[in-house]
Design a binder for this molecule. Structure first.
Ligand code: PEP
Length: 257
């Protein structure tokens, strides 16, 4: 089977003020040209989505605009939250759900993550559902159990025909922002296990074969190509290294093999 088109995301988290976010977007948009070889999304902080989106639109670079989170209700008394129609209004087409910082710092449950995932798909957006084990879970031999549990709870109620808009990001929590990266072999093994579960436990062969599974956790220019070269790794979700244009562009090069 031909490998899936890689998908690389830049998760800027709560970093970069407006002028920095716009300068980075302008540089990426000027230097990256849409190709049939890789899909790219950048996810700035909520406050700057509209302005970053305008730069992307003007530049016509093909880089997608993503949100780091969303709320599942359409409108109403949910102070501090942002709805999917508001995100769409400013040009967002991709939403992250279940990022490990939402799970483990902000305390989001699998049920909440699932509601966000289903609402985003119902609104016609693409979803990157993040899963991954903590260090103590890895050491206790629970890596696959955690990944498969988060995958199945996150996707509960997602219809087969919606799965073409879903990407899974496997992000071992101990590798995020720590400089520690899963070895390509360990990451490949976790990805293969998730894919086979999607094929035979949750959906079917065709959906599992088509599903893009990104790796995230201290990806940098020096390790991107080897990680992305693994059979079941279809690009990556990049935090720290997505904040510098040169690094992110070099990682995109690593995805095009
Ligand atoms: C992330 O934020 O999803 C991430 C993987 O961060 P980093 O690349 O900094 O580890």
């Amino acid at each position: 089977m031909a490998k899936r088109k890689p998908f690389v995301g830049g998760n800027w988290k709560m970093n970069l003020h407006l002028s920095e976010a716009l300068a980075l977007t302008e540089e990426l948009a000027a230097k990256f040209r849409a190709t049939d070889k890789v899909d790219v999304v950048i996810c700035p902080a909520f406050a700057y989505l509209a302005q970053v989106g305008q730069v992307l639109k003007k530049a016509g670079s093909g880089i997608k605009l993503g949100a780091q989170d969303c709320y599942f209700e359409a409108n109403g008394a949910f102070t501090g939250e942002v709805s999917l129609s508001m995100l769409k209004d400013v040009g967002v087409s991709v939403v992250l759900t279940g990022h490990s910082e939402r799970r483990h710092v902000l305390g989001e449950s699998d049920e909440l993550i699932n509601r966000k995932t289903r609402a985003a798909l119902a609104a016609g957006l693409e979803v990157i559902l993040c899963v991954g084990e903590k260090l103590e879970q890895r050491e206790a031999g629970m890596t696959d159990g955690v990944n498969l549990g988060q995958t199945s709870l996150g996707l509960a109620g997602v219809k087969p025909e919606q799965m073409s808009k879903v990407t899974i990001a496997y992000e071992p929590v101990w590798a995020i922002g720590t400089g520690k990266t899963a070895t390509p072999a360990d990451a490949q093994a976790a990805h293969a296990r998730i894919r086979s579960f999607v094929k035979s436990g949750l959906y079917n062969e065709a959906i599992g074969d088509g599903l893009r599974i990104q790796y995230g956790g201290s990806v940098k220019p020096a390790n991107a190509a080897e990680l992305f070269g693994q059979a079941d790794i279809d690009g990556g979700l990049i935090g720290g290294a997505s904040l510098k244009a040169a690094d992110f562009l070099a990682i995109l090069d690593g995805a095009v093999q």
